[in-house]
Design a protein around this ligand. Structure first.
Ligand code: UDP
Length: 320
């Protein structure tokens, strides 16, 4: 297959590129590099089946030749980005989805949308099945991300219904792994960076809020299976093991031997109190479930963070 991946220089996008190349496909990678970096795909640039186009997908997209699939993964996704890039987030998920859908239609390609557990907002149903419609504050600090992803899902379904486009929607739950930005702002990169620097981990609120963390390889496997499945309606991909943030902090401190403990900071507004995917559908339709435990995934991510922090610090030593 010849596939276009938007957001290809981002954390998830770059892992997706690797997976499609490994399975023998041709990958056209697209990114405007506002949150992605060339460092994430530098090792792929010389691959004969890989090419990169620097482009903002909110502008008209031109791709030469046929395409079999378009995977729309462009969008800043860290809550730390929400107050900094709200208009870019709104545009990439609204106009960018419109343009990538239009491209898929013109090429007769299958379309896969990267959606999010954020469509469930601060959920009143727990765990969250795909049938839950969510509890989102449209005008809150997270509103632009949540609502633009909800709109992206709606537009994807519209193209499916009106034009008969083959579409897939993955609702991605908290995912972590190598290549996340060191200063990403999400909880695992923050904790790993802080622990490796011997600093206390910043726990927001009292740390009783929960999340479920998926290692990136597990996510990629789920997305790959979804693209080749016949499932049109959204599918949750996430790890159903649920952790309190305070317990995650203790786990990271134990794994890294960090003795600086934790420090409590104010809880950001509209921070969901709990999140855990119901993955009954992914199990049934895709035969998928996560395989990498949090301990194992954190170890692998830690190695990548340690290496990059060392490189960043030059000759300065990073503990561990
Ligand atoms: N969080 C935290 N300390 C940090 C960063 C995040 O306690 O340094 C908390 C945050 O308030 C939220 C959870 O960790 O309850 C997950 O936050 P993240 O930004 O990773 O993503 P979210 O799931 O909120 O989109």
């Amino acid at each position: 297959m010849r596939v276009l991946i938007t957001g290809a220089a981002g954390f998830i996008g770059s892992h997706l590129c690797e997976r499609f190349l490994a399975n023998g496909h041709t990958v056209i990678a697209m990114d405007n590099l506002i949150t992605g970096t060339m460092e994430n795909i530098a090792h792929l640039l010389s691959h004969p089946r890989f090419s990169f186009i620097q482009h903002d997908v909110t502008e008209f997209i031109y791709v030469e030749g046929p395409l079999d699939a378009v995977l729309h993964f462009a969008s800043p996704a860290s809550p730390a980005d929400f107050p900094l890039l709200p208009i870019q987030i709104g545009k990439v998920n609204a106009i960018g989805t419109y343009r990538t859908l239009g491209l898929a239609k013109a090429k007769g390609a299958r379309f896969l949308l990267a959606s999010t557990s954020e469509v469930y907002g601060d959920p009143l149903v727990h765990p969250q099945p795909e049938s839950y419609w969510g509890n989102v504050n449209p005008i809150g600090i997270r509103g632009i991300y949540d609502e633009s992803k909800r709109f992206a899902e709606a537009l994807t379904m519209a193209y499916h219904r009106v034009h008969g486009l083959e579409t897939r929607i993955v609702r991605i739950f908290n995912t972590y792994g190598p290549r996340m930005r060191l200063n990403d702002g999400r909880v695992i990169p923050n904790f790993l960076t802080q622990a490796l620097r011997g600093e206390p981990l910043t726990v927001y609120g009292d740390g009783s809020q929960t999340r479920s963390f998926t290692y990136v390889d597990d996510l990629i496997e789920g997305i790959y299976r979804l693209l080749f499945s016949e499932e049109v309606e959204p599918v949750n991909i996430g790890n159903p093991e649920e952790y309190r943030i305070i317990d995650l902090a203790h786990l990271v401190n134990t794994l890294t031997g960090n003795t600086a403990g934790v420090v409590f900071k104010p809880l950001p507004k509209d921070d969901p109190k709990q999140r855990r995917p119901d993955i009954t559908k992914a199990r049934k339709v895709l035969g998928w479930e996560p395989r990498v435990s949090l301990q194992e995934g954190l170890q692998r991510t830690l190695e990548d963070f340690r290496r990059r922090l060392r490189a960043q610090n030059g000759r300065q030593t990073v503990p561990g």
